[in-house]
Each structure stands twice: as structure tokens, then as C-alpha cells.
Design a protein around this ligand. Structure first.
Ligand code: G3I
Length: 457
């Protein structure tokens, strides 16, 4: 006999109660599951986005036609760094002749897939074209300013963050700048580069990027002191990149190091993460991810390649996907860390703040900041509307005798010597009340001084 079907009224009522209770439990369980899955990203990019961060990869343009490579990129990542295509040797192989085939291809791919782009890198002692390696002094300084201006202008509005200067500090105990042709043009080359990049693309975050800075050491402290100095003097720096090319261990003060930079008022980013394969690889990947999540101004992580076979560290298998594109244990460790709770929310992403207070009257005002060296200068001019909106501006600047303007950005200049009139271009003439915009120019000779005259129209 089937006992299950021999049911008394009491047993039927008990069964109904159990069913109702079971249904209620199932509903609660379903709700909990739904709540959990709603906040658990299933890819690196979506899981990072749940925490207000990005997760990116370095990409080579010539691999975008590899469907396995592009498939992983588009599925997992929401930020791209061109691995080599934006470097000086790639973008300006002959002086003042710019070309962007690979870089444009990568930027287009990113835009088509809703990804951000980290620009890498405007200035570096390595991977310079031969002609730049052979320059020095004011000729190199002018070429450097021109390069930053042209490249940042070409990609204006398309770059989330630029590595403006890369690897400019020496390894070891000195905490000093690395010797290079750029450094020999004068210690101010980095701040000139940052001001120039800001003038060319005011919407991009501007970063300093370096390696062997993954804990508190002499090199990272040298950079820390530079960033603190830049912040105190109003040099426009927004972020610091920590490359994090790690071996089989990581410094115990990795997170503390990120935090001390963040406390200076800059974002921090892990920019070139790769970790040597070994028994500890997955744990280390998880720890780096947790460290970023624990620092509210750590805005994202980029790994330096997709599959192990794509890595510059041949034979070390340092990435998140194996040679066949399979997810490794390191991938799971990162995803789990991203999906774990208890993180500090990231800062809101806002445009870099203006440091010029709006004037009280109507009309407009202009202020000039100058970076000079023997034989040349770069000038940045901030135009600020008064208490009413304006629809066009004109700035007049008188140059010292013998000074010649060799390039202007974000404005139309009437000439190159004597008193020069700068008018707005089509995208920066309209300013709301108190709003401001920047333009700039570079030249040979002595830079102008004083407060420029600004008129509306
Ligand atoms: O494209 C040419 C190819 O035509 C030629 O046949 C071949 C012969 O050597 O070279 C190819 O160019 C190589 C390029 O990578 C593209 O594969 C260069 O030789 C090689 O030097 C270059 O290496 C790059 C390296 O920077 C240069 O220093 C790596 O891909 C790139 O991953 C690496 O990235 C740097 C970051 O920019 C800064 N931080 C360190 C990081 C790792 O070194």
C-alpha cells in the first residue's frame, strides 16, 4: 500500500502548512539568491563596475582581428590601454609628422564597445623615435611640448586618463629622477608636460606612471614628494599609476602605499598588472584587487595583456587567461575579490576642478601661467566669464621683442609676434556665468608676462 496516499484530515492540514511554509522559505531563498546575483558581476568588467571601478587590459591593435582575443576583451574588460600604439615612436616617427593607425583602431574599438581608454604614454625615456633620441636642450623641449600638444589634441575628449610621464624616476635608494634626455632639458620637464596636456585636453585625467613603486620605498617616496609638490603648486596632476609588474610576492604595505598617495588628493590606479606564475599567483591577484577596493580613490585595475601568450613576460605566464583563452585560477581569485562585500565606495568622477575663482563683474578675465626654459616657453591662458554667460571671447597678449609663437591650441591666433590676438574656436566660445576654458601657445624666446586683456566677442 502506498502510505503516502493514506492521509487523514490532520495530516492533510499539516501537509498544507508545510507546503505554505516551504513556499515561503523558497520565496525568501529566491529573494536572497536574486539579491546576491544582482550584485555579483559575472565578468571582470561588470564586477568591477558594481564597485564603481573599471577593469582594463593592455591591447595590441594587430591582435584585434584574432576572434578569441577580441572575444575575451569585449566580454571581460571595460577599459583599454594601447600597449605600444600611442608611444612616441609610433605616433611621431618623423618630427612633426604624426600618424595614429594602430592607436585610432584601438580607440574606435573601445568606443564601439563602450570602453574607456587609458592613453599610454605621452613621454617616456624609452621607445622614442630616433630623431628625438638625438635631440637635446631647447630643441628637445620644444619637440616634447609639440608632441604632447599634438597627440593629446588628436585624442581630445576620447581619453579617460593619460600617462603623461612614464618611468621618470630611478630605481634604487636615491629617490631621484632617472637620467634621460628629457631630464637633461631641466627638472621642470614633467610639470611642463602636465600643463601642456591639460591645455590640450582639459577633460582627461592626467597621471604619472611608474614601476617598482608597489610598496613604500625610496622610489615611490621620491614620486610621492613630487606629487605633493605638484599639488601644492597647482601643477595639474590627477592620478598616479602603479604598474605592478609583480614576481612571486608583493610588498606587505602595498595598500598603505596606494592610500598615502590617495591622501595627497589624487586618484590611484593599478596600470600594468601582471604576476609571475607560481603557487601564489591567484592569491596575489586577489590581494591586489582587494587592496584597490579598500582604497576609495583607487579607480581601477588594468592587466598588461589578455592571454599568457600575449604577455611581454615570455615564459612567466603572468596573466588571467591561459594560451588557449581559458580562465585561470587567478581569474577566479580576481572575480571573487571584486564580488566580495565590504569595500569603500569610489569617488565620483568629476572634471578636474578649476583653480581660478570666477570674477564678480560681467565680461571676462584671463590669467596666464608660464613654463619657461632657456630659449623657449609654453603658456597656458585661462579665460573666465564674469557674472553673465558669454558667447565668444578675445584675448590680447603682447610678446617681448624677439619672441615668436610656434604653436597655439584651443584658440585662433592672429599672428606670431608683437601683440597677438587669440579668439575662441568653435567649441570653447560659449561659457556660462563663471565658467572657464583654457588655451595655450608655445614659442621661442622669452615668454609674455602680466595679466592678458580679455574682451567678450
Ligand atoms: O612591432 C615590431 C616588429 O615589427 C618587429 O619585427 C619586432 C622585432 O623586435 O619588434 C616589434 O616591436 C616590439 C613591440 O614591443 C611590439 O611587439 C618591440 O621590439 C618591443 O621592444 C616592444 O616591447 C614593448 C615594451 O614595452 C617596450 O619597452 C612591449 O610590447 C610592451 O608590453 C612594453 O610595455 C611597457 C610599458 O609601456 C611601460 N611599462 C613597462 C612595460 C613592460 O616593459
Amino acid at each position: 500500500m502506498d502510505l503516502f496516499h493514506r492521509r487523514t484530515p490532520e495530516s492533510r492540514s499539516r501537509t498544507r502548512l508545510l507546503m505554505v511554509a516551504g513556499a515561503a522559505i523558497a520565496t525568501v531563498a529566491a529573494t536572497i539568491t536574486a539579491a546576491t546575483t544582482a550584485h555579483a558581476g559575472t565578468t571582470l568588467g561588470s564586477a568591477a563596475a558594481e564597485k564603481g571601478r573599471y577593469f582594463g587590459a593592455a591591447v595590441a591593435a594587430n591582435k584585434l582581428s584574432d576572434s578569441q582575443y577580441a572575444g575575451i576583451l569585449d566580454r571581460e574588460f571595460n577599459t583599454i590601454t594601447p600597449e605600444n600604439e600611442m608611444k612616441w615612436d609610433a605616433t611621431e616617427p618623423s618630427q612633426n609628422q604624426f600618424r595614429y593607425p594602430g592607436a585610432d583602431q584601438i580607440v574606435s574599438h573601445a568606443q564601439a564597445h563602450g570602453m574607456k581608454v587609458r592613453g599610454h604614454t605621452l613621454l617616456w625615456h624609452s621607445q622614442q623615435p630616433g630623431w628625438a633620441q638625438n635631440l637635446s636642450g631647447s630643441a628637445l623641449r620644444s619637440a616634447m611640448v609639440n608632441h604632447v600638444t599634438q597627440v593629446a589634441t588628436h585624442f581630445k575628449g576620447k581619453i579617460y586618463a593619460w600617462d603623461v610621464a612614464n618611468e621618470a624616476f630611478a630605481d634604487g635608494a636615491s629617490g631621484a629622477r632617472r637620467d634621460s634626455n628629457l631630464q637633461r632639458t631641466g627638472n621642470d620637464w614633467i610639470e611642463v608636460a602636465f600643463r601642456t596636456a591639460r591645455a590640450a585636453d582639459p577633460g582627461a585625467k592626467l597621471c604619472y606612471n611608474d614601476y617598482n613603486t608597489d610598496g613604500i620605498n625610496a622610489k615611490s617616496t621620491g614620486i610621492y614628494n613630487m606629487v605633493r609638490d605638484f599639488k601644492s603648486r597647482g601643477v595639474p596632476i590627477d592620478c598616479v599609476g602603479f604598474q605592478s609588474h609583480l614576481g612571486t610576492s608583493m610588498p606587505g604595505d602595498y595598500q598603505a602605499n596606494l592610500q598615502r598617495f590617495a591622501d595627497l588628493g589624487v586618484d590611484v590606479q593599478i596600470t600594468e598588472l601582471d604576476i609571475e606564475q607560481g603557487s601564489n599567483q591567484a592569491n596575489l591577484y586577489g590581494s591586489v584587487t582587494k587592496a584597490c577596493l579598500a582604497v576609495s580613490r583607487c579607480t581601477g585595475i588594468t592587466v598588461w595583456g589578455i592571454r599568457d601568450s600575449d604577455s611581454w613576460r615570455t615564459g612567466q605566464n603572468p596573466l588571467l587567461f591561459d594560451n588557449s583563452g581559458n580562465k585561470k585560477a587567478a581569474y577566479t581569485a580576481v572575480l571573487n575579490a571584486l564580488n566580495a562585500g565590504g569595500t569603500t565606495p569610489p569617488p565620483s568622477t568629476t572634471a578636474p576642478p578649476s583653480t581660478t575663482p570666477p570674477p564678480s563683474g560681467s565680461g571676462c578675465t584671463a590669467s596666464l601661467s608660464l613654463q619657461s626654459w632657456a630659449g623657449g616657453f609654453v603658456a597656458n591662458v585661462r579665460v573666465t566669464a564674469g557674472s553673465t554667460a558669454i558667447n565668444g571671447w578675445t584675448v590680447r597678449i603682447t610678446l617681448p621683442s624677439g619672441t615668436v609663437i610656434t604653436g597655439t591650441w584651443n584658440a585662433q591666433a592672429s599672428g606670431s609676434t608683437g601683440t597677438v590676438t587669440f579668439r575662441n574656436v568653435d567649441y570653447n566660445g560659449q561659457l556660462g556665468a563663471g565658467g572657464s576654458t583654457d588655451f595655450g601657445f608655445q614659442g621661442t624666446g622669452v615668454g609674455p608676462s602680466g595679466t592678458p586683456a580679455c574682451t567678450v566677442g
